[in-house]
Design a protein around this ligand. Structure first.
Ligand SMILES: CSC[C@@H](O)[C@@H](O)C(=O)COP(=O)(O)O
Length: 357
């Protein structure tokens, strides 16, 4: 498979030795590409959610390391390896929950360590970041195929699916995790419609997922988050398909806020919960989801709608991720294979497997 040829939507582009990011804050009204040629710009882009989604953040950070190396080598060619350490730390601190960020930086750090102190690091590091990007696209295509097979195995309630947040091409190196499975299932004529949770407060569902589905010509039905249980009760939905930001050794899944309540609703209504994530999202160093740092964002995201303040002056909780316990997950689909009811033993086996591509 040649990934690039199958990608209709992309959010990250590496061209002529510069990084370009599609500003996801402006979608779907405007498609604006922002050029980053300094690591500070990359850190800010991740913090401000110009780029978002676990794998996309990791890939962006990897390119950020290449840009940092170019800067530090130009400033201090003899000691760039020391100077780049601060950049690696700043990139790692840019968002806390998605482990793909730390994973990608670990890969890049190994490359940095392997280079000679007086060697110009830019070209090899840029090539390695490109390889991480490409591998993510390939993983998504494979997960799409594997997930569509699982989806075909049970359509007891009908041929609709539901998704939450945006786990599509925009959130990854291309194609998508949860939305990759939905794309593949649509291509195989396995599904009829996608129910899209709007995903308050940032609206990844209504602004990004709905936009991607519309571009693909896949029928979508958008609803407010609080309508999800009602939709599950009244529509032929067999599967809830979501991505993940971090999966711990016992199979607990951190994902966009609202995923946990959706998992409970899916169980009640007899829909399967499928989590789709590359193994770069699996963190075997944390035993359970209780150990995950869940990001809290600014109160204004809750208090303001379309830049207008609509909330009263009260204290605001804005956790932007939650943890779904492993026992609510029916299937975990990764590029290394599929697990039914994930637990520690199965995850350990999966992680020791060689990649399927
Ligand atoms: C393939 S993306 C999986 C997750 O990263 C996605 O569901 C999600 O929670 C994204 O959160 P975001 O805050 O938009 O970065």
């Amino acid at each position: 498979m040649t990934p690039d040829s199958t990608l209709k939507v992309k959010a990250i582009d590496w061209r002529e030795e510069e990084l370009y990011l599609l500003d996801q804050r402006l979608l779907p009204q405007q498609e604006v590409w922002v050029k980053c040629n300094r690591v500070e710009e990359v850190v800010e882009a991740i913090k401000a959610m110009l780029v978002r989604g676990a794998p996309a953040i990791g890939i962006t950070a990897a390119y950020g390391v290449a840009l940092a190396a170019r800067q530090r080598f130009a400033e201090q060619p003899q000691s760039w390896k020391e100077a780049i350490q601060e950049d690696l730390a700043a990139l790692e601190a840019s968002r806390p929950t998605a482990v793909n960020l730390a994973w990608a930086l670990k890969q890049m750090r190994r490359q940095v360590d392997a280079l000679k102190s007086d060697q110009n690091p830019f070209a090899p590091l840029a090539a390695f970041a490109r390889a991480i990007h490409q591998a993510d696209q390939e993983a998504n295509l494979l997960m799409g195929k594997l997930g569509a097979e699982v989806l075909a195995s049970n359509q007891d309630h009908g041929r609709d699916v539901m998704t939450h947040c945006n786990a599509g091409a925009l959130a990854t190196g291309g194609y998508g995790t949860a939305l990759g499975v939905i794309r593949a299932a649509w291509d195989k004529k396995l599904i009829e419609r996608v129910h899209v949770n709007e995903t308050r407060p940032w609206l990844q569902g209504s602004r990004l997922t709905a936009w991607e589905l519309e571009k693909e010509g896949i029928p979508a039905l958008l609803h407010v988050d609080s309508a999800a249980a009602h939709q599950l009760k009244t529509h032929p939905i067999s599967w809830v398909v979501v991505g993940a930001d971090r999966i711990t050794a016992n199979g607990d899944v951190a994902n966009k806020i609202g995923t946990y309540q959706l998992a409970i609703q899916a169980l009640h209504h007899g829909a399967g919960l499928m989590v789709v994530a590359p193994t770069s999202t699996i963190d075997m160093e944390l035993e359970t989801g209780d150990e995950i740092t869940l990001e809290e964002r600014d109160a204004d995201e809750v208090l303001c709608v379309a830049d207008q303040r609509i909330g009263a002056e009260v204290a605001v909780a804005n956790p932007v991720f939650d943890v779904t316990p492993a026992d609510l997950v029916d299937y975990l689909v990764t590029e290394k294979g599929v697990i039914h009811r994930p637990d520690k033993e199965q995850l350990e086996k999966l992680m020791s497997r060689k990649s399927m591509h």
